[in-house]
Ligand binder design. Sequence first.
Ligand code: PMP
Length: 286
Amino acid sequence: FDDRDGVIWFNGELVPWRDANVHILTHALHYGSSVFEGQRAYRGEIFKLREHSQRLIDSGKMLGFENTYSVEEIDQAAIDVVKANGLVDAYVRPVAWRGSEMMGVATKGTKIHLAVAAWEWPSYFGEEARLKGLRLEIAKWKRPSAETEPVHAKAAGLYMIASLCKDAATEHGYDDALMLDYRGQVAEATGANIFFLKDGVLHTPKPDCFLDGITRRTVIDLARQRGIEVIERAIMPEEMAGFEQAFLTGTAAEVTPLCEIGEYNFVVGDVCKTLMKDYDDLVNRR
Ligand code: PMP
């Protein structure tokens, strides 16, 4: 992914893609001291840009980062990098990390660096999966408690188990994994939140040990605007036997239906299709 044309916003400058490098002794590489964002531009405009920039700052604060850039500067960096690469529909990836100013578990003496990249990334799961629904494996790793890690930070370190779960799922022929939490409750997929439908009501886990996604909150609003009741609560995996529809939400995933999670099956139904369309209309400002 590093050998391509384009520019990346790197500590305040637009540098050629191939030159946007860090040193081997970067603190973040050794100790996971990095936070990131993922946002999408639709028809040239980044959806909920301010919320993503603010979340990057908030994630950094949870890791003790001093605030090097303001929310306005991060917004502007994202806007500039989309434009400089001539992109219209794009995925945008801001990342902030501790650099190579010193080595050790302690962080004193490191500086916070910021980069923003952007590229074309049409559909996270592919069109066929979006029509038929994805198949999820129930992962063997569990989301940790809020006492174990700063679970609400979009921090690189928390993605180690997500990558392990995603790889295991695809090796076993699935599209993605559903992660349970430390209590055994349904949590989320490896990079997206989850919703279920039963008797016309949406049920989604309370985000008390994972990311309360910006798409998740958007879809809750869209559902309520349609008069659909949404309940945030603890969901045990066995309850999935009684759910009729299920879908994922996320910036990359958007609204993507599920047809199978482990032994449980779902239909790609009306509510799921309506919310896919409502989300698509909203992000494309129709
Ligand atoms: N959970 C995880 C683990 C994620 O990586 C993401 C994507 N950022 C989400 C949920 C969904 O968050 P959002 O809707 O803000 O993209």
